[in-house]
Ligand binder design. Structure first.
Ligand SMILES: CCCCCCCCCCCC(=O)SCCNC(=O)CCNC(=O)[C@H](O)C(C)(C)COP(=O)(O)OP(=O)(O)OC[C@H]1O[C@@H](n2cnc3c(N)ncnc32)[C@H](O)[C@@H]1OP(=O)(O)O
Length: 204
């Protein structure tokens, strides 16, 4: 894909070993019930579903709905970028450290119609200090379908306090209260409802 050197790991950058607690071969479940990318409680979200392949790579699916259109009948490019961001974020989630997206680069290769399912595969290609380098590819309607979107990203590790300082506080806001409570609101393994949950998750 066309990408800047900001999302390419420096030569010799190590690819981390999978975290010993990282799930392998199982559905990841949402990290937060109201997440626009993966949350089951979000009415118009992407409802992306993901499986950890080997603790460092993730396979995910996203089916484009009516609410995701840009041009009539076609997925909005920003929504497709969100799907890639979410799938990439699930990879750093496996590293058991809090990260945020610093930079996301996207190549739109094919128009993606409403009703299409994207099969997304993401992978960590290196970690240097606080910076994690990742890439992703989305294929249309089958795991071996035509490539529709490619992405590369730089995620930056942040302290848990980042979410407490900038987010809705340790209570998770009213979203946490209405979505089932700490630890369970995410549905699958490791879901969080607040920054405090996130802290317990990465430092149990
Ligand atoms: C509760 C549920 C939770 C659930 C959590 C799971 C959520 C998953 C959702 C998907 C993920 C998202 O969308 S996250 C949401 C979208 N992203 C954000 O909101 C991030 C907003 N930006 C920031 O907060 C900040 O800019 C940071 C943290 C990215 C960086 O600030 P900082 O901490 O001061 O660090 P800084 O020194 O500037 O940068 C550290 C290193 O990274 C490099 N770097 C930083 N930004 C960039 C950049 N855009 N492009 C290239 N490189 C960059 C710097 O050059 C430096 O390299 P060097 O000098 O060390 O070499």
């Amino acid at each position: 894909m066309n990408r800047s050197n900001l999302t390419v790991p420096p030569e010799g950058a190590p690819v981390p070993a999978p975290h010993p607690d990282a799930p392998v071969g199982v559905p990841l479940g949402p990290h937060y019930a109201r997440c626009f990318g993966c949350g089951p409680d979000h009415p118009t979200g992407l409802h992306l579903e993901a499986v950890s392949e080997d603790g460092l790579g993730v396979s995910a699916t996203f089916t484009v709905g009516d609410v995701h259109q840009g041009a009539p009948g076609l997925a909005h490019g920003g929504v497709l970028a969100t799907a890639m961001d979410e799938a990439l974020g699930m990879v750093v989630w496996l590293l058991r450290k809090p990260y945020v997206t610093g930079r996301l680069e996207t190549d739109y290769v094919l128009p993606v119609p409403v009703g299409a399912t994207l099969y997304i595969r993401t992978r960590c290609t290196g970690v240097v200090g606080r910076k994690a380098y990742l890439e992703a590819e989305a294929r249309m309607d089958a795991v071996d379908g035509p490539v529709a979107v490619r992405a590369a990203a730089l995620f930056v590790e942040v302290p848990v306090a980042h979410f407490e300082r900038h987010g809705a506080g340790t209570s998770g806001g009213d979203g946490a209260a209405t979505s089932g409570g700490a630890g369970t609101s995410g549905g699958g393994a490791g879901g969080v409802a607040s920054a405090a949950d996130l802290g317990r998750r990465v430092n149990p």
